[in-house]
Design a protein around this ligand. Structure first.
Ligand code: FAD
Length: 579
């Protein structure tokens, strides 16, 4: 069976047989459309057999025969109607797939640019350039009935993908500004996590349950919650597709699905997690195991790893290590434990100003620093970890290290939802203007949080400052005005160097230090008790009760009274005609 995807909702195929239908069902298709008239040729499989197979596999079946080379406007309208009524993903077939593709192209012609349509069909293997004039002639020809139908379908003023720290904070900030705004959030999880708390769970300070709440309790009452995962974007049609094929429309889209922890990038890691001394504070389920291991380890070798950047909370791998060392020191066993920090990077921390304070703790705890040591394989049973080690001359070799405890920070990447979408930059992250957080090519799309390509530290602290900027710019965009609120790249990393003290790194774009407090209260370059109090007692409260609810304490956005100079291209892109 040959399947060519046109959109996440529709794929086309040459003639199917009844035997192909089971495979189509296993691929996730929910409906089959047959566009080939029965008995068109003598070697054609019996359409009734295919229909029966579809019904057996629980797939919707639609028979809409069209004659090759004679597709009428009525055929196109009927196909469009099917697209709107069926649950997707849909598989359409005819003799070669060309008729189905043509029907799709003509049905989309009123909304999509002719070049975009022809590019899509060509990418799927169908050259429809002969149809260019007909497709072009249909541009902008929505019928009034169709326009009415469009408004009756699910469409929101603001649609947010991801109900994590970023998505919820933007909703909160928007509702503080305009309580009656029509907002929807697409979020598949039933729980919302306070991830910055996991370091303290792994350090025996918090209980795991303090870092989770029911998503329904976090979601504002007036927000419509689609309890599902988004599976694709149709920016030209202002639609997001859900995993079941449902299409949700928007006037403004906010994209905030976080990042993907790539456990499978390291062979042997996933199956070792949670046993044989292998743990990670990057998972809600595993952070308590870190603390268990710390308490039970009294001698041997403890490895703490850090993958190549970017990662969320770049200090988290070190935080786990310092808190573990602090416990071992207090128990008098640190002298019997060889502690190694194995980082793929070439420095202890990205912003040099904080390194001296951290180095004092490295020395105090007797930690071996291993730069350019990238974890590439784990054997949990044998308790060995394999590293790719690069020396100063750039030569690489593999080094195996035995361990008694291994704390892993996994490699991290953009979710496929983004990297395989039209919203991605070359590296796969959401392509954003770093100041306004508006998409660089789609004026009605904004993004923030870990999935964005802005060069700030991927932290909830960054989100706290980004969300008000996005909210402000969305309301301007809904009025047809250019964005004027500006994000300066603020991010923060509270490095828990010992129980009771934190080196509070706060910096913006280019590593520029951005302390929130006067020097006499917190000197970010020195360990601070106040900063620990902030992390342990104040920030969780601020997160749940202020940030997620749109109370922008010490996070109000900077608003220019003119539009940012470098912003012409973004604004001009395509918002203008979408208001
Ligand atoms: P997330 O909060 O991860 O939320 C993303 C949401 O999108 C999730 O709810 C997810 O279910 C949803 N989603 C995913 N795919 C889809 C889809 N297809 N459709 C719809 N929804 C989808 N930050 C700090 O500021 N300070 C710290 O001390 C700190 N420490 C940390 C320690 C650890 C161990 C970890 C793991 C993180 C830490 N962070 C810290 C980082 C911080 O938690 C993140 O930067 C922040 O949560 C990012 O917010 P986000 O909304 O972009 O992503």
């Amino acid at each position: 069976m040959e399947v060519h995807q046109l959109t996440p909702f529709l794929s086309v195929s040459p003639q199917l047989t009844a035997a192909d239908v089971g495979l189509a069902a296993s691929m996730g298709f929910k409906a089959i459309i047959c566009n080939r008239p029965d008995q068109e040729s003598h070697d054609q499989p019996d359409t009734d057999d295919i229909r029966a197979a579809a019904e057996r596999h629980g797939l919707e079946w639609r028979y809409q025969p069209v004659v090759s080379g004679q597709i009428t406007d009525t055929d196109v309208a009927a196909f469009h109607e099917l697209m709107n009524s069926l649950r997707g993903p849909v598989l359409a077939f005819c003799r070669t797939g060309t008729r189905c593709t043509t029907l799709w192209a003509l049905a989309e012609a009123p909304r999509l640019d002719v070049d975009a349509i022809l590019k899509t069909t060509a990418a799927a293997g169908y050259d429809l350039s002969a149809q260019r004039d007909r497709i072009k002639a249909l541009a902008g020809t929505h019928s009034s009935a169709e326009a009415e139908d469009t408004t009756s379908r699910k469409r929101h003023d603001v649609l947010i993908v991801g109900g994590g720290a970023a998505g919820q904070s933007v909703a909160g900030s928007l509702l503080q500004r305009q309580p009656d705004l029509d907002i929807a959030i697409i979020e598949p999880r039933s729980e919302h996590y306070y991830q910055p708390g996991w370091t303290l769970v792994g350090g025996g300070v918090f209980e795991r349950r303090e870092t989770v709440r029911q998503m329904g309790k976090v979601m504002p009452d007036s927000v419509k919650w689609y309890h599902a995962a988004a599976s694709g974007f149709r920016p030209e049609q202002q639609q997001v597709l859900l995993e079941d094929g449902e299409q949700i429309g928007y006037r403004i889209l906010v994209v905030a699905p976080g990042l993907t922890l790539d456990w499978d990038a390291i062979p042997g890691l996933r199956e070792s997690l949670g046993r044989n001394g292998v743990t990670s504070n990057y998972l809600f389920d595993l952070a308590p195991y870190t603390w268990e291991l710390v308490q039970s380890t009294r001698k041997g070798r403890a490895l703490f790893t850090q993958p190549p950047m970017p990662i969320k909370c770049a200090g988290a791998p070190q935080k786990a290590m310092y808190l573990s060392c602090d416990h071992w020191m207090r128990q008098g066993v640190l002298k019997d434990i060889e502690v190694e920090f194995c980082t793929a990077g070439a420095a202890l921390f990205g912003v040099a100003d904080y390194v001296p304070a951290l180095m004092k703790y490295v020395e105090k705890y007797g930690i071996n620093l291993n730069y350019q040591n990238n974890l590439i394989q784990v054997d949990g049973q044998a308790r060995t970890a394999l590293f790719n080690v690069t020396d100063a001359e750039g030569n690489s070799r593999e080094v195996e290290k035995p361990f008694d405890m291994l704390h892993v920070c996994p490699p991290q990447r953009s979710p496929k939802l983004i990297s395989e979408s039209p919203l991605a930059d070359a590296a796969g992250w959401i392509e954003l203007n770093p100041e306004t957080l508006q998409h660089s090519r789609f004026g009605d799309i904004f993004g923030l949080g870990d999935a964005g390509n802005t060069p700030n530290a991927k932290t909830a602290a960054a989100v706290r400052k980004q969300a008000p900027v996005v909210a402000e710019n969305i309301l301007l965009a809904l009025k047809g005005e250019a964005p004027r609120a500006i994000y300066d790249g603020y991010g923060s990393c509270p490095l828990t160097v010992e129980r009771g003290k934190i080196v509070l790194a706060e910096f913006g774009y280019g590593g520029k230090l951005q302390p929130s407090f006067p020097l006499w209260l917190v000197d970010g370059k020195e360990p601070s008790r106040f900063a620990w109090l902030l992390k342990e007692k104040m920030l969780p409260w601020v997160y749940w009760n202020a940030m997620l609810k749109g109370h922008e304490w010490m996070a109000g956005p900077e608003i220019l009274n003119h539009r940012p100079a470098d912003h012409e291209a973004t604004q001009a892109c395509d918002f203008g005609d979408r208001k």
